[in-house]
Design a protein around this ligand. Structure first.
Ligand SMILES: NC(=O)c1ccc[n+]([C@@H]2O[C@H](COP(=O)([O-])OP(=O)(O)OC[C@H]3O[C@@H](n4cnc5c(N)ncnc54)[C@H](OP(=O)(O)O)[C@@H]3O)[C@@H](O)[C@H]2O)c1
Length: 372
């Protein structure tokens, strides 16, 4: 395959109080050294991608313009949200955290990758083509398609990192919220296969059913009246002192409170609460309201942010390698992602499609197919 003169990249730009999405041409050069050019075939739309793609834009203000092959969408950003995006004012930002495709050109030190289907991570994947270093791509196992490998990094590695963190920090079990998400289903399979006690927090009967099908034994539904008791009872049964929370808001505090309630059931009274440390890692922003913790949870707790790249930097090369090898080996089983819709780059800028994927609903994952 010859290198096209121009590639197209989906870009998100904020200028004053307007956010614009467009497809912009990028020029490609012959790759040198260990560089490869990947013709992108599949890239998932994850909640973290939406954070950059749409920022705090108000989707109800969307306006469509441009042409059929170069559509443009614009949105208003609410006045009060402007300070949160001051650092990206005027910058045309490429979007897409991860994806997969075929290597169509390779520098002299990356010839072994020529023609291989590879997954990659690190931005600019909503594009017809992406330049990468050989060491940053994951060659997919024989028979695996770009669609199989499109989501091989962000959710699989994050799910694995949760179990690693539990072991490294000496906890015995995990609580996970938004637990029927794509990532949540991967975590449920890992915990089932590795015998890790898991409490799944969901917000509907349908989500509880998804987890039951994955053999999750402890499920607490936040839409039910007995949520607090169910969660605290489960915490007591598995001795939970660690939670990964994708939601935030008041739920983070509910998790600390449930762990504290469970611990203090069997401990002698202490006016400072249980001395055992309770940790909640807030790793998503599904609820954008402030994180709140009730003051009835004693003094041994912490609620902090969590990001996969920070974990990977801390865990070191051996843990990183082992995690990547497990993802490659279990790509179509433990780490399978189910995509309900596929859109081309231009279709990703169709107003109806955008409204649908911006909802981030359970089981409605979109895949961008840039060669489509
Ligand atoms: N920190 C990191 O390094 C990192 C890495 C990877 C992923 N993440 C985060 O992991 C989370 C899951 O990602 P994913 O790709 O697996 O998501 P997904 O498959 O798109 O699913 C999103 C889930 O969140 C639920 N949800 C949405 N808003 C909610 C709310 N306000 N309260 C409770 N549940 C809500 C949805 O349920 P409904 O159908 O009920 O709306 C759905 O089950 C995201 O928050 C993402 O940002 C973080």
């Amino acid at each position: 395959m010859t290198i096209p003169a121009n590639a197209l990249e989906l870009r998100s730009k904020i200028a004053d109080s307007t956010l614009t999405l467009s497809l912009e041409p990028v020029s490609l050069e012959e790759p040198g050294g260990d560089q490869v050019i990947v013709a992108m075939e599949a890239a998932p739309i994850n909640p973290s991608d939406l954070g950059l793609l749409l920022g705090p834009a108000d989707v109800s203000t969307m306006k469509s313009s441009g042409s059929a092959d170069r559509p443009v969408l614009t949105f208003a950003i609410p006045e009060q949200a402007l300070p949160t995006v001051a650092a990206r004012q005027g910058e045309s930002m490429p979007v897409g955290n991860e994806g997969a495709g075929k290597v169509i050109a390779a520098g002299p030190d990356a010839q072994h990758l020529m023609g291989r289907t590879v997954a990659l991570f690190g931005g600019s994947t909503y594009a017809t083509h992406r330049v990468a270093r050989a060491k940053d791509v994951l060659p997919l196992p024989e028979g695996a398609s770009a669609r199989d490998g499109a989501a091989a990094f962000v959710n699989p590695l994050t799910a694995l990192s949760m179990v690693e963190t539990m072991r490294m920090e000496g906890h015995k079990a995990l609580i996970h919220t938004a637990a029927a998400s794509n990532l949540g289903q991967m975590l449920a399979r890992i915990c089932r296969d590795d015998n890790v006690p898991l409490i799944g927090v969901v917000r509907s009967d349908e989500q509880a059913a998804i987890l039951r099908d994955l053999d999750v034994k402890y499920i607490a539904d936040s839409s039910k009246d007995d949520f607090r008791k169910t969660l605290a009872d489960a915490c007591a049964l598995v001795d939970a002192t660690l939670a990964f929370d994708a939601v935030g808001g008041s739920l983070s505090g509910e998790l600390v409170a449930a762990m504290e309630t469970a611990l203090t059931r069997d401990e002698p009274y202490n006016r400072y609460g249980s001395p055992r440390h309770k940790q909640v890692y807030v790793y998503g922003m599904l609820d954008r309201s402030p994180v709140q913790v009730p003051r009835s949870v004693g003094m041994s707790w912490s609620v902090s942010g969590y990001l996969l790249p920070h974990f990977l930097a801390k865990a070191g090369p051996e843990v990183n390698k082992a995690m990547r090898e497990r993802v490659a080996a279990e790509l179509t089983t433990t780490f399978a992602s189910h995509f309900t819709s596929e859109v081309s780059l231009t279709e990703a800028l169709d107003p109806d499609n955008l409204r649908a994927y911006a909802k981030m609903a359970t089981g409605e994952k979109y895949l961008i197919v840039p060669q489509g």
